[in-house]
Write a protein that binds this ligand. Structure first.
Ligand code: SF4
Length: 418
């Protein structure tokens, strides 16, 4: 087959799942999680005076499963080519470092190669697009280069893009609940831009209120622009024209309850402006909940766990730059102390835990977090966190109680622990 006929764009499995599945399992799976599942998501360790309660939904989502599999398949299919990743494939340090160990070169972000950059990509290279997707402009550039593209963008992200494209084509400005700097949101707003539409990205209710005030004419466009980051508002945004019709969408991993509130705020503001009794009857407002089901399920599961179990604390495990993990923390801490840790190494000692407090960008150390009495410990993990990280956290906690997991875990749990 000539190189001109070679397939250069993969959107799904590269056909090697059977060959990579055992390696993926060896890198990220844990038998201890099977034990939890077989025992009502609970693990009693009486000798350590610990009872663990695992949320019913946690860890790798379908989109992350697909992205990780496709990266491993690319490594298997193209052993002699350079393989680049545009940025982190997902927001988990263990997974990203494991890909680097296997030779994948990152072109941006915290794991960026010191010398190689986007401009160095050649038609002979393989380029992985991460699960969050990439901007329409960058995808076009990649296609122009002619490199082999392995596009792991999650289908739930593509679903948001289609909404935003529709808004743009119908003359609606996209109001996106998200983080303007997050890879997924950067890609999402590019879909509005390339279809001639405008966008505003709001992080929270406070920012949404500023936009709502502008919708009702209580604030000017310059106030909206000065309140938000320059990258959160499309170029040429003009409140007089571009707040007439609003379509709401959201980054898939935001706090679902907040996204719904923001949509209602925007819809009500437009309804008041138009003198319509309900936002549902307003032709100038559209809204689709684009929180993905995996995010919703994990938020619901930790909400249920903290409501039902009498927990002393919750450990939320996941990358510090993982949006959905941060929102699990927000839900968990409503009922009891909760700590967002990246992995087991954050459990420094019995009296010290390194963790990322809600709303902070740098981890902090908290003392006297564990104590020595009987504890009910809740566990959950973000959609990009491997099961192995949960198991390691359990083992470390037992260790902090001065015990060896091998001596105190039920035999059934231990036999499958790795
Ligand atoms: S969190 Fe949702 S949108 Fe993101 S990769 Fe997982 S399933 Fe897809």
């Amino acid at each position: 087959m000539s190189s001109a006929a070679e397939k250069t764009y993969y959107r799904a499995s590269l056909g090697l799942k059977g060959e990579i599945s055992s390696q993926v399992a060896a890198d990220y799976a844990s038998g201890l999680i099977q034990y939890f599942r077989a025992h009502g998501n609970r693990l009693d360790v009486p000798d350590a005076k610990l009872t663990f309660h695992l949320a019913k939904e946690f860890g790798f989502c379908y989109g992350v499963d697909k992205a990780v599999d496709m990266a491993y398949e690319a490594l298997r299919k193209f052993p002699d080519r350079r393989i680049f990743l545009l940025t982190e494939i997902i927001h988990n340090p263990r997974v990203n470092k494991r890909l680097i160990d296997q030779g994948i070169v990152f072109l941006s972000g915290q794991y960026k190669h010191p010398e190689l950059k986007f401009e160095d990509i050649t038609p002979q290279d393989v380029v992985l697009i991460p699960a969050f997707g990439t901007s329409a402009e960058e995808l076009e550039k990649l296609k122009g280069i002619g490199a082999i593209i392995v596009d792991t963008t999650c289908g739930s992200v593509v679903h948001v893009w289609k909404r935003v494209e529709r808004y743009a084509k119908d003359g609606f400005t996209s109001l996106v609940h998200g983080k303007y700097y997050h890879e997924e949101t950067i890609a999402t707003v590019s879909m509005a831009r390339t279809h001639g539409g405008h966008f505003i990205v709001v992080r929270n209710r406070q920012q949404a209120q500023v936009v709502c005030d502008a919708i009702e004419g209580k604030r000017s466009a310059s106030e909206v622009i000065s309140t938000l980051h320059a990258d959160a508002v499309s170029r040429g945004f003009d409140a007089e024209h571009h707040l007439k019709r609003i379509g709401v969408a959201n980054q898939t991993t935001m706090l679902a309850s907040e996204s719904l509130e923001i949509a209602a705020m925007a819809g009500d503001a437009i309804a008041r402006r138009e003198g319509v009794s309900s936002r549902r009857d307003c032709e100038f407002f559209r809204s689709f909940d684009t929180i993905c089901s995996a995010t919703q399920d994990r938020q619901d599961a930790i909400s249920d766990l903290v409501a039902e179990a009498d927990l002393d604390l919750v450990l939320v495990i996941g990358g510090y730059n993982s949006s959905n993990t941060g929102h699990l923390l927000a839900v968990a801490r409503r009922n009891c102390p909760a700590y967002h840790i990246e992995d087991a190494s954050c459990l420094l000692e019995e009296q010290a835990i390194s963790h990322l407090p809600r709303g902070k960008t740098e981890p902090e150390t908290t003392k006297n977090w564990l104590g020595s009495g009987q504890l009910n410990v809740g566990l959950t993990a973000g959609a990009s966190t491997p099961n192995r990280a949960i198991a390691d956290t359990v083992f470390r906690l037992i260790e902090l109680r001065g015990l060896n997991a091998a001596d105190v875990l039920p035999e059934e749990a231990l036999s499958q622990a790795r």
